[in-house]
Design a protein around this ligand. Sequence first.
Ligand code: G4F
Length: 340
Amino acid sequence: MKRALITGVTGQDGSYLAELLLAKGYEVHGLARRTSTVNTARIAHLLADPHEPTTRFFLHRGDLSDGGRLLALLHEIRPDEVYNLAAESYVGASFEEPEHAGEAAGIGAVRLLEAVRRSGAGCRYYQAGSSEMYGAEPPPQSECTPLRPRSPYGAAKAYAHWLTTTYRESYGLHAVNGILFNHESPRRGEVFVTRKVTRAVARIQAGLDDFVYLGNLDAVRDWGYAPEYVEGMWRMLQADEPEDLVLATGESATVREFVAAAFDHAGLDWEKHVRFDQRYVRPAEVESLVGDASRAEERLGWKPRVRFAELVRIMVEADIRALRHEGRHWIDHPEVDGWG
Ligand code: G4F
């Protein structure tokens, strides 16, 4: 039985990846921050009694701020694969807390890489890179596009990207950078624009709210469906040779188009419900991210199936359902839920 360690397991991607690996027969170990509030909503359905002999999902408390803890865990678990998904992934927050962004997404990755190297576990390592690293470079962006980050988060991710490359080339680690464009789902944190909008659509339709406040509607993004992207992560680690790859749909839309499509799906006119708030405009904006994932298709046979219109439908309907059936949102504390 293969064993995997996932950092950031409580986030959108971590929870989908844990499900995928469990379905593939892995024993899955997740690293989650110790918090005084419950932060396991996305993986609650996977949690099981660790004393049961059939249990294959184990949660470990800790984070990337403690290299000694990481080394001890690697010795204890002896994973075959390590997926580093932990970071404060909300780009807007990284302007307010740039040191924290650098610690979590940058230095944290180095601590984990160093623990992997020192443990001698010989495991494969996946680094969650981001299209945010391309920053000011015009689309379409691919593996050949230079990195020109425009946010503390993007800069920290670029640092982790190059350190992963450095560890691969210096120590022969089987380490890869997945450069993922925006990927969304009903489990997306509520601070990200897609989920903020689909949640607002559900609440406005139900008469609970009248408006949603947004920033720059002109930004262009390439939005895919998160469960398909975690499949791509797994495929990257199964390849014989470690290679950095882009995952994206290649389809572009503005934030305004996402907003219009989401409100339209619920029979609402977005212009009556969307208001501008300067607080959501970033000091520097990444204007346009549209990926070229043809290399991932060629190397891994990875190809996204869920496209923009379908993604909007999935997310709006999930939020409407959540509100109707539970009378509340299943993630109650968006402010402590910034992990992507
Ligand atoms: O949903 P967003 O916050 O995602 P962003 O900044 O593109 O970052 C996401 O994708 C990256 C991959 O490219 C990841 F690395 C990262 O961790 C994260 O998952 O914002 C999308 C766009 C931005 O241009 C933002 O300025 O929407 C614009 N926007 C306009 N109004 C807003 C808002 N974004 C947010 N979060 N909230 C608003 O009210």
